[in-house]
Design a protein around this ligand. Sequence first.
Ligand code: ATP
Ligand code: FE2
Length: 326
Amino acid sequence: MICLGIESTAHTFGISIVSDQKVLSNIITAYKPKSGGLIPGKLADHHVEVLEDTLRKALEKARVNIKNIDLIAFSQGPGIGHALRIGAGLARSLSILLNKPMIGVNHCIAHLEIGRFLTKAKDPVLLYVSGANTQVIAYEAGKYRVFGETLDLGVGNFLDTFARELGLGFPGGPRIEEFARKGKKYIKLPYSVKGMDISLGGMETNLRQKIKEKKHSKSDLCFSIQETVFAMLVEVAERAMAHTDKNELLLGGGVACNKRLQKMCEIMCKERKAELFVLENQFLIDNAAMIAITGIEMFKAGMKTNLKDANIRPYERTDDVDVKWR
Ligand code: ATP
Ligand code: FE2
């Protein structure tokens, strides 16, 4: 079976071709606002602009003729409505034109399913850290459940904001990682873990003050931000692993590209004799391969999305999804 996956929950517009066995292509086109935050209308314009080129590249790289596609999978939610609508619209059009079934996929669950497909992980806890999302997800009692999350800001958005305030540019995560490597001194920052949830609001206020004071170097600040925020993430991930009695940890989301976060997770897993799974960067960040992979799993379990149900679900929760494929 050959599936064409479409990702368009946020900055990324992606198309991927996946066969039962293999990812044949995974084309990622990311929207980067020149300055300031994201304007939903501009984001939608970007996705429309790159749509045709992304589709063509995905088919060419996979060496697949569009007529041989058996299934169309698209990210149905959660995400930004303006962006989701472009992907869902393309899925509907292709489904009608090719007369092939389609399937709507939950974006957060897809970050976990791709790990089960590409690695030996069987039943991992997922630490999902991207721009907007910060969640600890695992499968329990017939559903994917969120065991912990951020109570305010997503870690990626938090890092991007600080990189911007420190004048480091966008996206901020990779720039902070670079500067952190040169950091020598740990500056104490508010550490806030509540059960299996984290909160970054206090640290945000505290950091604004520290930036204004100009007492600390950018490198020391970046180093301290990473050490503190990542320790919080590792703590909640470990707690979820203990709570669910699982011994596999999978990383997902753009922030998971960070080598220091990967190292800290590795140390934690080693200490509790658990296994850590880290995908290639192209499968950690938002991508359409994970949508196609999850779509195939769902379709094989007898699920599909009718034209009239192929709406978008910007606020879909992870535990809303009926998991028939596990
Ligand atoms: P989502 O809709 O899933 O929230 P997103 O648009 O935030 O998606 P991702 O590609 O998953 O997309 O993540 C982007 C985020 O990852 C940005 O906030 C970016 O700063 C962060 N990031 C990327 N590389 C690194 C890194 N090396 N270290 C820390 N953060 C990183
Ligand atoms: Fe994501």
